[in-house]
Ligand binder design. Structure first.
Ligand SMILES: N[C@@H](CCC(=O)N[C@@H](CS)C(=O)NCC(=O)O)C(=O)O
Length: 205
């Protein structure tokens, strides 16, 4: 299997999951501006949508969409561990968080990638991000270590990655101690440390 990724992008989520599962990880970086991969290939021939992550399986099949990739990996290689069994309420809860992170929280950062953003638009975008953070903060309110309880799941991996974009974009999360602690807890996992080191990312504090 080969993961097409960009350092620190949402592809870090399946990267973490691959390492959590102890699977061999072949990585190929993608320049998201030029759509060229590190080997000089045209990335749009791998994923016509032009974005990471893309996971190329050993038979050549390519999976896209981070939420789908992490569920495929969890179900295939360690059923019931990083994602509860399909068809259970517990799985639906993990899927709910995954979908929220993908469709709501991840996308809330979109405006901040625009260098021409006005101060007013930035303020609105940051406020919107804050509302999404409030949702995941509330999920942790009973003191649980991870989104759905005591066990780390694929949804936590994705949430960790999106939370990691806050500081570089100047979004201050320090007033939310549960979120700060969540990020520290996930960052301390061996698989996360290994994935971040492989992507040459600074370890979270
Ligand atoms: N719906 C996709 C979105 C993936 C996505 O937004 N990838 C970003 C990096 S985090 C990207 O590659 N952007 C470059 C582009 O869209 O051209 C998913 O959930 O996997």
């Amino acid at each position: 299997m080969k993961l097409f990724y960009a350092p620190g992008a949402c592809s870090l989520s399946p990267h973490i999951v691959l390492r959590e599962l102890g699977l061999p990880v072949a990585l190929e970086a993608v320049d998201l501006k030029t759509k060229k991969t590190a080997s000089g290939a045209d990335f749009t021939s791998v994923n016509p949508k032009g974005y990471v992550p893309a996971l190329q399986l050993d038979d050549g099949e390519v999976l896209t969409e981070g939420a789908a990739i992490v569920q495929y990996l969890a179900d295939k290689y360690a059923p019931g561990t990083l994602a509860p069994a399909a068809g259970t309420v517990e799985r639906a809860r993990v899927n709910g968080h995954l979908n929220f992170v993908a469709a709501e929280f991840h996308k809330a950062f979109g405006p901040l990638f625009n260098p021409a953003l006005t101060p007013e638009a930035r303020e609105a975008a940051v406020a919107n991000i804050g509302r999404k953070v409030d949702v995941v903060d509330a999920a942790l309110a009973d003191g649980r270590p991870y989104l759905t309880g005591p066990d780390f799941t694929v949804a936590d991996a994705y949430l960790f990655v999106v939370l990691s974009w806050a500081a570089p974009f100047g979004v201050d999360l320090s007033s939310r101690p549960r979120i700060v602690e969540f990020s520290r807890r996930v960052a301390a996992r061996a698989a996360v440390q290994a994935a971040m080191a492989a992507e040459k990312l600074q370890k979270a504090a």
